[in-house]
Write a protein that binds this ligand. Structure first.
Ligand code: NAP
Length: 264
């Protein structure tokens, strides 16, 4: 008797395709497993950036002068499951920067650099001493130059690298300035120009560099320099942004200076 034809066996001929369920996992981030240096990492924007870059999976070398504060930031990153190595460094001191990048080379291939170290001394223009001028330019501009140059040299053999420098709205043309910031403003204009130079020469080596120019961000520097200015961003906001930028293909925008209108 003809029944339904069902033999109880699997039909032969056409292979049965297993049902594959695509479970979307978190995307693999460019920073994952890479080595990064963050300067100014003992507090403020640098510390928050170091935490965000480490959370993206990078091993971060933390550079600033205050060893105890660096140890604290490294401890927090490690408690959160990240990798961090504090390297006390004065970025305005060429020999100290050389020691920092020698330590990097001893760990592995450098992929990313964030220059967040900075100082601000408020002084009206006519009262700006040569000492103030040289200290400000020494940390903000020469320090960024020394770190970018060392990072650039380390990145060339790998044929890739990503750099984010922090300038300021104070260094953005045609943004109205505050009094008392001549040396600071000039140093930040310099950082914008330096970043363009790194981007131009980095192109053929796969090295990208961009500048971020925040307005007010809620940090010790802002509270000391201009307590009346209301910050529209936290250090964490800026740190997350920098980590996201490093994770993006930066090459098409290399050389750009991105203003953050964060004066609330
Ligand atoms: P912050 O809280 O005062 O932090 C400044 C950082 O720079 C500290 O980690 C400090 O560490 C480090 N630093 C200073 N001199 C150094 C040196 N010679 N060598 C190495 N590290 C040094 O200031 P922030 O607001 O986070 O500033 C971070 C960057 O953002 C700066 O470049 C600043 O100009 C820029 N920025 C800030 C704002 C704002 O509203 N906060 C706006 C625009 C741009 P040590 O003292 O331990 O060395």
């Amino acid at each position: 008797m003809h029944t339904s034809g069902c033999t109880g066996a699997w039909p032969v001929g056409k292979p049965v395709q297993p049902m594959l369920r695509q479970t979307p996992g978190p995307p693999v981030r460019w920073l994952a497993g890479r080595l990064a240096v963050v300067t100014g990492a003992s507090r403020g924007i640098g510390a928050a950036t170091a935490a965000a870059v480490a959370a993206a999976g990078a091993h971060v070398l933390l550079a600033a002068r205050d060893r105890q504060a660096l140890d604290g930031v490294a401890g927090q990153i490690k408690d959160a499951g990240g990798q961090a190595t504090p390297v006390p460094t004065d970025v305005s001191d060429e020999a100290a920067v050389e020691r920092l990048f020698a330590e990097v080379a001893g760990i592995g291939q450098l992929s990313a650099l964030v220059c967040a170290a900075g100082v601000l001394t408020n002084a009206l223009f006519a009262e700006t001493t040569s000492k103030m001028w040289h200290e400000t330019l020494g940390v903000n501009l020469t320090g960024t130059f020394l770190c970018c140059r060392a990072a650039f040299t380390a990145m060339v053999p790998a044929g890739e690298g990503r750099i984010v420098n922090i300038a300021s709205l104070s260094g953005v043309y045609a943004t109205e300035k505050f009094p008392g910031l001549a040396a600071y403003n000039v140093s930040k204009y310099g950082v914008v120009g330096l970043t363009e130079a790194v981007a131009v020469e980095g192109k053929k080596h796969g090295i990208s560099a961009i500048c971020l120019s925040p307005g007010a961000v809620d940090t010790e520097m802002l509270r000391r320099a201009n307590p009346a200015l209301r910050p529209g961003l936290t250090p964490d906001d800026v740190g997350e942004l920098i980590a996201a930028l490093l994770d993006s293909p930066l090459a098409p925008v290399s050389g750009a200076n991105i203003p953050l209108f964060s004066n609330a």
